[in-house]
Design a protein around this ligand. Sequence first.
Ligand code: F6R
Length: 354
Amino acid sequence: EKGTYPHYMLKEIDEQPGVIRKIIAAYSTEEGTLDIDPYIKQAFQHADRLYVIAAGTSYHAGLIGKEYFEKLSGLPVEVHISSEFGYNMPLLSKKPLFLFITQSGETADSRQVLVKVKALGYPSITLTNVPGSTLSREADYTLLLHAGPEIAVASTKAYTAQLAVLAITAYAVSCDAHKLDLKTELAIAANAIQTMTDAKEDLKKLAHTFLTDKRNAFFIGRGLDYYVSLEGALKLKEISYIQAEGFAGGELKHGTIALIEEGTPVIALATQSSVSPNLRGNVKEVTARGAHACILSMEGNNEPDDGLVLPHVHELLTPLASVIPLQLLSYYASLQRGCDVDKPRNLAKSVTVE
Ligand code: F6R
């Protein structure tokens, strides 16, 4: 039930700090650290490469998951769109492991890949929010999201839950002596999410001044921020019908900058301290051509806080917090344009056709 909330999407956005805390509890051991099922861990340890298969928002979570596995556990990862992989299978490594990320566990595009890799005899894991779903039943192992039912068509809490469980899994299979206190860092990220969900009035105003009557919008970022910008753009287009695109900051000048006009909204994510000066350079390039830019930065990076500012979180976990203002921006843009927030046109919650 959505209770006093006007829409499921807003309720689900607000549930995110609680979801992250629930995930921390679900994956905590008696010793007080974070861990996963030992059989799943073994499957990772036997693999020479992880193939992440997903669609839509879950694919965007997979792109971030790749960074987690490669940085924390040294396991090479490829991330593929389900509908492409099934019909155009790339050369596989000798000992591949397949990880299907699917909120619903019912996405037909992902399932057809699972059917094919099972026929080839490869091991598989499904990361899902729905125990007993088709992909959960058919894969060798299941990792659960613990996000609670997600009703709004636009995925919000499942995405942040996917990021948290991917971080925990990468951490659990890490060969390194754990230098990172992931449990504490995730708790800090949950608090940062809370701070951002409390910034509703600011995002409502921003949607109003920034997106009213706009035909298109751009999201830019570098590194992890780039992947979050893809998700921000998908969220905006699916519920507000504004044509939105996410770009790697450095790619702008290779073509897209031609689309920048007087008043074009550009949302720039600059939470990654190593690349945010370059990203700020990209912002100058677009504002010089008339774009209206809004910068999302992070406390503690010693940079001007000239837009939206996230509380400081561990650099790997910034996507959990930086996506929140983008979700809220889409929500208010959809509302202000009179769209059906929870049930956007032409979309279904789970896509059961290929
Ligand atoms: C976006 C959205 C879709 C889904 C995609 C995959 O908000 O909801 O892009 O993420 O259809 O669905 P699952 O994760 O259920 O396989």
